[in-house]
Design a binder for this molecule. Structure first.
Ligand SMILES: Nc1ccnc(=O)[nH]1
Length: 433
């Protein structure tokens, strides 16, 4: 369907208002309009409202199929991915995940093991249509010395296919060892990475956050937190991060993941936190699939009654940047997943009600995470931008979000890529013993 030349005209593509800045068209109530797109030398040369009369005989007719820009996945853990067969979560709880992962990491995460699983994950994500990804890297000693060089190699190997970023991951208590944390921040800076920690309520949280911000400022790093991944209403580290950002005058980008406890807290507390999050210009990413799996799980055979996600609608209404992302894949934190951002969006639509109206929610898997990751122009379809897009069978939201769209066409720099998912059997030898 897509010519190999990289230069052609497409007619009748269904594009979304939230992802086509500058397109003058009459959009319908779902935010869609039909457009004609010309691609030249791998770039979008023009994108205009579809006009029957002007449709050229040589144009490829998309017949109203939806075309979205390639996805941006801003919160993953591809250093952990796919260890499930050798290290399952015994009871599906957060503590079960932490303990199982810790044991597997200590025993098995050699550079080769991490590299092969990362490559598997990247091939899956690429085949599904992702063009940029941020992964966290477990960075408790001695893993940081193993995983960061692997990341640097992978980033080079994947350049041009997936723009890969990494953030270090450690519990906030790890920051108490100031000398070690400063060395880590230096290592992260050397790799052009992002400084990340997991926050929860420890007595010295404010002091530790100040040290995290000081290191980020000293090394010119953006920040990426895991915060309050719990149903405990007393978990208010999201608010503490916003306060720390304001009083430290931080000017970089901050992305905060999870924030589960917020949706369990009383309204007044929530309002105060959201005001501070907006003022501090934090961006928030929800991980709907992993949160659904881990949160509200009780080991005594009861039924979960809570979805686990945070207050994305209330945040977006305040102008806070919000995204959804994949999080874990086939590891003790989440038994499933394949880094398919269409699946994430489909699940988010159900779990978080990204509908009635759809509004600009499609930005949550494209343009917004691209902004947070400083990837200019990614996640939109615009003149002059790279022709990186996905052609679906679906012609409206109900068609798009009802089937897996396994037969989607992924176009990169104007050319359809070969969409081959790696075979699980490739990892079998890493799973024995
Ligand atoms: N949800 C998660 C929290 C911490 N680490 C992970 O890998 N995943």
């Amino acid at each position: 369907m897509i010519p190999a030349s990289g230069s052609y005209r497409l007619a009748n593509a269904r594009v979304h208002r939230s992802l086509t800045p500058g397109l003058a068209a009459t959009f319908d109530g779902d935010g869609f309009a039909l457009a004609d797109i010309s691609v030249a030398d791998g770039k979008i040369a023009s994108i205009v409202a579809h006009a029957e009369s002007k449709a050229q005989a040589d144009a490829i007719d998309f017949a109203g199929r939806i075309v979205l820009p390639c996805f941006v996945d801003c919160h993953t853990h591809i250093d952990k991915g796919h260890i499930w067969p050798r290290k399952p979560n015994p009871d599906g709880t957060f503590m079960g995940a932490l303990n199982a992962t810790g044991a597997d990491r200590a025993a098995r995460w050699s550079a080769e093991d991490v590299a092969r699983r990362m490559d598997f994950s990247l091939r899956s994500a690429y085949a599904h249509g992702t063009k940029a990804m941020r992964t966290h890297l477990d960075s408790v000693p001695p893993q940081e010395e193993i995983s960061w060089p692997v990341f640097e190699t992978m980033r080079e190997r994947w350049r041009g296919r997936i723009e890969l970023q990494a953030a270090c991951l450690l519990g906030i208590e790890g920051v108490r060892d100031k000398a070690w944390f400063e060395r880590l921040a230096k290592r992260v800076a050397a790799a052009k990475g992002v400084l990340g920690v997991v926050t929860y309520m420890v007595p010295d949280l404010e002091e530790l956050l100040d040290h995290v911000f000081a290191q980020a400022i000293e090394h010119g790093l953006d920040l990426d937190f895991h915060a309050d991944e719990t149903d405990d209403v007393a978990a208010i580290s999201l608010k503490k991060i916003a306060e720390a950002s304001l009083w430290n005058g931080f000017e970089g980008n901050i992305l905060v993941g999870h924030c589960c406890s917020l949706s369990r807290q009383p309204d007044l507390e929530v309002l105060d936190t959201l005001d501070k999050v907006a003022k501090a210009r934090l961006a928030v990413v929800s991980l709907p699939m992993c949160n659904l799996y881990l949160q509200d799980r009780r080991s005594n055979g009861t039924t979960p009654r809570w979805r686990g996600v945070t207050l994305l609608h209330e945040m977006k209404a305040r102008g806070i940047k919000v995204a959804v992302a994949s999080d874990n894949t086939r590891d003790p934190f989440y038994a499933y997943g394949d880094l398919d951002m269409l699946e994430v969006y489909r699940m988010a639509t159900r779990i978080l009600h990204f509908d009635h109206p759809v509004g600009d929610w499609p930005r949550a898997v494209t343009a917004t995470p691209a902004e947070v990751m400083r990837l200019e122009g990614a996640g939109t379809l615009a003149v002059g931008g790279s022709a990186d897009f996905i052609v679906f069978k679906g012609r409206n939201w109900t068609e798009l979000l009802s089937r897996p769209e396994s037969d989607r066409i992924v176009v990169r720099e104007g050319r359809a890529i070969e969409r081959r998912l790696p075979d699980y059997a490739e990892l079998d030898e890493l799973m024995v013993g």
